[in-house]
Unconditional design. Structure first.
Length: 192
């Protein structure tokens, strides 16, 4: 595993630990038995960990071009720069159905084709998908998708191929708020 992925993974684990501490005090959604925590919580807490490392962060960044998109306006959840080592595109999602699976695929494909309009775009570019689910079965699928999927729809097959692809590092962190468990899922890869 390369040093950037190790650094990013450490930040993700610290994100889960800190977010768990916050969730023990307050679950930020109504009807928490049905609704999972908003993905903005992942982005915010991961951003904090990036700042602690001295990395530059740009939430809701839109100053880039994407060769694979016809849209004139797009945003990424978070753009991160370590001026000595890498740039990182972060997308966060709730993961609970086929639609969210399709959104994760679209976010990953888009992030792999972004060119930022700044002096550090020449650095190695990594893509990070953060996802949150309340269901252990979804976490199991995320970790073992090639072995455990029984649904052969295009969405699940393609997402499985992304998660199990060469160079992809994917894992999860369990966050227990003393009422229920939340699963922070992640997948990170150097894309160029």
């Amino acid at each position: 595993m390369d040093s950037v992925i190790i650094d990013v993974t450490e930040s993700i684990k610290a994100t889960a630990k800190e977010l768990e501490r916050h969730l023990k005090v307050n679950t930020p959604v109504m009807n928490s038995d049905i609704n999972g925590i908003p993905e903005a919580n992942l982005t915010f807490h991961f951003s904090h960990q990036c700042l602690l490392k001295g990395w530059l962060i740009y939430p809701e960044s839109s100053n880039f071009t994407n060769s694979n998109s016809s849209k004139s306006r797009e945003r990424v959840d978070l753009h991160v720069i370590d001026t000595d080592k890498f740039i990182l595109t972060v997308e966060a999602k709730k993961f609970f159905d086929a639609t969210s699976g399709k959104q994760i695929i679209a976010d990953f494909e888009r992030s792999a084709n972004i060119e930022y309009d700044h002096q550090y775009d020449y650095l190695p570019h990594y893509s990070l998908i953060l996802a949150v689910t309340e269901k252990q079965g979804w976490e199991d699928w995320w970790l073992h998708s090639q072995k455990n999927y029984t649904n052969s729809s295009n969405t699940w097959v393609y997402l499985s191929q992304i998660l199990e692809g060469e160079g992809m590092e994917n894992s999860s962190c369990v966050m227990d708020d003393d009422r229920k468990k939340h699963y922070l899922l992640y997948a990170v890869k150097r894309v160029r």
